[in-house]
Design a protein around this ligand. Structure first.
Ligand SMILES: [Zn+2]
Length: 159
């Protein structure tokens, strides 16, 4: 019975170890895939967003490989503290650059969609007005005569 639970424990630990190594492959693989996309995208567009994401990917790869390559149990106490701080800094740099990249990419997308939208709207919104020469009523440019006193629009130069 005790032997069985020890075997189960070992299997569970082997499973955890497998997941740990799998996470290395997934993280590095995903980072490389993203790099393959953002590096050419940065060269094409010169958009800083892609550069931020590329830095995040490189830091992510270094951080993950260091985490897997260094056996923390073999380190001295001070060595462990240095290693742990290094990993944590890498992790924060990774997250920060991801956030910077996503935020500036979103800004670019939003800024890119606005001009086309306002191009359609501006001519309708910005309408030149004219003033009726008789009653002084403010009229929009599409009216050719005053709706109040029916005086036709006079072609005066707009002030
Ligand atoms: Zn009028």
């Amino acid at each position: 019975m005790a032997q069985l639970s020890t075997l189960g424990h070992l299997r569970f630990m082997a499973w955890l170890d497998f997941l740990y190594n799998l996470s290395l492959l997934i993280t590095v693989g995903a980072d490389i895939l993203v790099l393959c996309y953002v590096v050419p995208a940065f060269r094409r567009s010169k958009n800083r967003a892609f550069l931020f994401i590329a830095i995040a990917c490189v830091v992510g790869i270094i951080d993950t490989i260091c985490d897997h390559a260094v056996d923390a149990r073999s380190l001295s106490e001070s060595g462990y503290i240095v290693f742990r701080t290094f990993l944590r800094c890498g992790y924060f740099t990774d997250i920060t650059f991801w956030a910077l990249g996503i935020v500036s990419l979103t800004r670019t997308v939003l800024a890119g969609s606005q001009p086309t939208k306002s191009d359609d709207e501006v001519p309708k919104v910005v309408v030149s007005h004219w003033k009726c020469s008789k009653c002084g009523e403010e009229l929009e440019s599409q009216f050719t005569s005053c709706w109040k006193c029916r005086t036709p629009k006079q072609n005066e130069p707009v002030a």
